[in-house]
Design a protein around this ligand. Structure first.
Ligand code: SF4
Ligand code: SF4
Ligand code: FES
Length: 250
């Protein structure tokens, strides 16, 4: 439990620009009830001094929804990759350490370039094709049990926790990673998404689907409890069927 009469001490791993070296800076800000890590970082704007009393530039970070939906505030807090908006100060051990994710290029302080994840979604066409903007009528009926499975996959917020935790994924080693694999499975299982299923499966094969070592770290790290290893198993099954069909066609 936090002592409310004390300030909150926290150490931030900072970096001024993509090319510069990182350094640590310690801050102390007044405690407020219900603080999360975003409020700590925002307090560096109000109290822009480090614990030595030296002037400090406020810490740069990203956030949008403040309710664990957008994924933009993902960072490493006390050694665990998580969202700063749902990391409550009262639940963390002190002093708190805050660092950017390690697998993504740092832009400034806690802001990282997550564009690789969005590029991966493009590679696997993680969307439903439509052939016009006119009234397409009712969509096909989807069995409730499949809807339930798909709902759990649809909660992905492209936060990057699964990729940060994965021993096989780096930003440039060609392994597409659990997040995009799971989204490909989601759109493959939708009746309207099946028209581009082969393109998705082929993109997964070309982008290192079989590099997954099944270490299961992705599942443990996912804040949305997405059954990522089940998705990977489903993707592998689809890839095997696709490869056999391709052989038979040739
Ligand atoms: S199962 Fe392991 S290797 Fe495969 S994506 Fe998840 S963390 Fe990475
Ligand atoms: S699968 Fe989970 S951990 Fe990975 S990007 Fe989506 S929400 Fe984040
Ligand atoms: S601000 Fe959107 S997940 Fe934290």
């Amino acid at each position: 439990m936090t002592n409310k009469t004390e300030g909150i001490k926290f150490k931030v791993k900072r970096q001024d620009c993509p090319e510069s070296k990182s350094y640590n800076q310690e801050f102390e800000v007044p405690y407020e009830h219900g603080m999360n890590v975003i409020s700590l970082l925002m307090a560096t704007r109000q109290f822009p001094k480090d614990t030595q009393g030296k002037d400090a530039t406020p810490v740069s970070f990203e956030s949008a929804c403040l309710e664990e939906v957008c994924g933009s505030c993902t960072m490493v807090i006390n050694g665990k990759v998580q969202q700063a908006c749902t990391a409550l100060v009262d639940n963390l051990s002190h002093p708190i350490s805050i660092a950017p994710m390690t697998k993504f290029p740092v832009q400034r302080d806690l802001m990282v370039d997550r564009s690789n994840m969005f590029e991966a979604l493009k590679k696997v066409k993680a969307w439903i094709q439509v052939d016009g903007v006119y009234d397409l009528g009712e969509g096909p009926r989807v069995d409730p049990s499949i809807q339930e499975e798909n709902y759990s996959l649809s909660r992905c917020m492209t936060c990057g926790c699964c990729l940060e935790a994965c021993p096989q994924w780096t930003n440039d080693n060609g392994f597409i990673g659990a997040q995009a694999i799971s989204q490909a499975v989601l759109f493959n299982s939708h009746p309207n998404g099946q028209s581009t299923k082969d393109e998705r499966t082929s993109a997964l094969i070309e982008n290192g689907l079989n590099n997954c070592g099944n270490a299961q770290e992705c599942v443990k790290a996912c804040p949305k409890d997405i059954p990522l290893t089940d998705s990977i198993a489903r993707a592998n099954k689809e890839a095997t069927a696709f490869s056999i069909q391709s052989l038979l066609r040739n």
